[in-house]
Design a protein around this ligand. Structure first.
Ligand code: A2P
Length: 217
């Protein structure tokens, strides 16, 4: 949880940590809502301002909840990219998986910029740079022309996603999947991977896929 002091009580919202676990700083990735209770103010903070931070992080998008496999798919929409910004900069990810595929779908092309920049920067990262050639990026936009156009769910179903990245369809013996986006995106993407035969994992019983639970009913 991060937030700001309010007039009567603090305004706090659940955010994913976008920075890797070894980093001294903490990164967060947020939309900016002009009249939003928190982000209308959060976007204007300056050095020296107070930001509130919950003491206990929780979450389901952790490597320990996945069984070993060959390829790790990180499927995201919008700011659902945030937890994967952390995972793709964690050396442990490349210890556990041969290949990592980051998929990011946004409404507009410009919104893909942060994810693309992270992937580009990885090549020059002193800690992770050597693994950069094991990461594949797939971006798509839904409301503007783009080389890949459409929702990730539709592009998985049509085969365009797998064809572009040069992989076979999901296979539970080999592939592991993490899913983060809006509630509807999570539900629809989960259905696809369940139909492909993958089972959901947790810390106590690792499986073949996990979804972000912070805002899933
Ligand atoms: P679309 O433009 O077709 O709604 P949002 O900002 O609403 O969370 O959307 C971010 C991205 O996620 C958009 O590209 C949006 O596509 C896509 N999206 C929204 N709902 C779903 C869903 N149920 N499954 C897959 N992608 C979705």
């Amino acid at each position: 949880m991060i937030g700001l002091p309010g007039e009567t009580r603090p305004i706090l919202r659940a955010y994913s940590l976008a920075s890797p676990c070894w980093d001294d700083g903490l990164d967060f990735y947020s939309i900016k809502v002009a009249d939003g209770a928190l982000t209308s103010r959060l976007q204007k903070i300056r050095v020296g301002d107070t930001v509130l931070l919950g003491k206990k992080p929780t979450g389901t998008l952790v490597l320990d909840a996945l069984l070993p496999g060959r390829t790790l798919y990180l499927l995201s929409t919008g700011t659902g990219l945030a937890p994967f910004a952390s995972i793709l900069r964690d050396p442990d990810t490349y210890d556990r998986f041969d290949t990592v595929v980051l998929a990011h779908t946004c409404r507009e092309v410009g919104e893909l910029a942060y994810g693309k920049m992270l992937v580009e920067d990885l090549k020059n990262d002193p800690l992770i740079g050597e693994f950069a050639n094991r990461l594949t990026y797939f971006g798509s936009a839904t409301r503007e022309p783009h080389i890949h156009q459409g929702r990730i769910t539709d592009l998985i179903a049509s085969g365009e996603f797998f064809q572009t990245i040069g992989e076979e369809v999901f296979d539970r013996t080999r592939d592991r999947v993490m899913i983060c986006g809006s509630m509807n995106m999570i539900q629809d993407t989960r259905s696809l991977v369940v139909d492909a035969g993958l089972t959901e994992g947790s810390n106590s019983m690792p499986g073949e896929f996990v979804v972000e639970k912070a805002f899933v009913d």
